[in-house]
Write a protein that binds this ligand. Structure first.
Ligand SMILES: Nc1ncnc2c1ncn2[C@@H]1O[C@H](COP(=O)(O)OP(=O)(O)OP(=O)(O)O)[C@@H](O)[C@H]1O
Ligand SMILES: [Mg+2]
Length: 289
């Protein structure tokens, strides 16, 4: 898939290279094409360049090569691009700097000179959506890690960017919050272009429309999750593992064209296989040869 019209893409990068001042070459020519309204997961081992990539496409780090966000260049048109992209960092403490939750969520709207009444309306709406309305008057320093993560997400959603980027959203949260986050992402992907970096392969299997694999500062593979997450050789090469349900089907050597990546898909496959086995046994029991 190659797009000639970059503005029809949410994100286009070509040969993106970034070297940190200490000489570490974190990105060695990354080329990606992410269509509008897709949910893309970027997977890769520690240090493969995922976070550096996100910082470059939001214009916070400046490398070489081409980056276009809905056709805009974040290095030349930082303010225009900033409105299009909402980045939720891996560690909320790197992102939250206001005194109270309310001020934090309101911050970007105020910096865009949105009238205070509209700010109040949007902050209230988004905090209800994320079930954090009880936290609005609380000082940020007193919040738990999971609560801070939600505030960081709210502070980005509130200004309605076109792309929502989440760096390692499930890191450090409990199973109930992970379930909430899963539901939130499922809703977000209907409305926004969503880009997620994660080590949570199950989350990618559940939600991704498109998966990129990063390795040693390069995007080494891209495709639908059904294809990428069952490519055992590719995953091994990049020190990644397929989803647990895929591993189960591979270990059990169940004879199918492609192992499933999701629980529901696996359950359907198993009941079909069991159904076929049952009718085979039934047929052979009635008409022995
Ligand atoms: N501020 C920095 N200064 C120097 N080198 C850095 C800096 N930040 C990251 N690096 C290096 O750049 C490379 C890519 O790091 P990056 O944080 O982008 O990886 P990542 O894929 O996000 O890893 P993780 O899965 O651990 O979050 C690594 O070798 C890392 O050590
Ligand atoms: Mg990272």
């Amino acid at each position: 898939m190659h797009y000639t019209d970059m503005s029809s893409l949410a994100l286009y990068t070509e040969n993106l290279v970034y070297t940190y001042p200490n000489g570490v070459q974190a990105l060695r020519g990354v080329s990606v094409e992410i269509p509008d309204k897709t949910c893309t997961f970027i997977l890769g081992r520690n240090g493969s360049g995922k976070t550096t990539f996100l910082l470059c496409i939001t214009g916070l780090l400046r490398g070489s090569g081409i980056v276009r966000v809905y056709g805009r260049d974040p290095w030349r048109e930082f303010n225009e691009t900033r409105k299009l992209i909402g980045l939720v960092l891996q560690d909320p403490d790197d992102q939250l700097f206001n005194l109270t939750v309310y001020d934090e969520i309101a911050y970007t709207l105020r910096s865009m000179h949105v009238p205070e009444e509209e700010v109040r309306r949007r902050v209230t709406l988004i905090s209800k959506q994320l079930c954090i309305e009880d936290l609005l008057d609380r000082p940020i320093v007193n919040l738990s890690f999971g609560e801070k993560k939600k505030v960081a997400i709210a502070s980005v959603l509130v200004y309605k960017p076109r792309i929502i980027i989440l760096d390692e959203p499930t890191l450090g949260i409990d199973p109930a919050s992970r379930e909430e986050l899963y539901r939130l992402l499922r809703d977000l992907k209907r409305e926004y272009t969503v880009i997620v970096t994660t080590h949570d392969i199950e989350l990618a299997a559940e939600l991704a429309d498109l998966v990129y694999i990063f390795d040693k500062g390069q995007a080494v593979a891209a495709g639908p999750p059904e294809e990428i997450l069952t490519d055992i050789k590719l995953l091994e090469r990049c020190s990644l593992r397929p989803p647990i349900i895929t591993q189960l089907f591979l270990k059990a050597r169940i004879d199918i064209e492609r192992p499933p990546i999701r629980l529901e898909e696996a359950a359907n496959m198993l009941s079909r296989i069991l159904g076929e086995a049952q009718s085979y046994l039934f047929k052979n029991a009635r008409s022995p040869t």
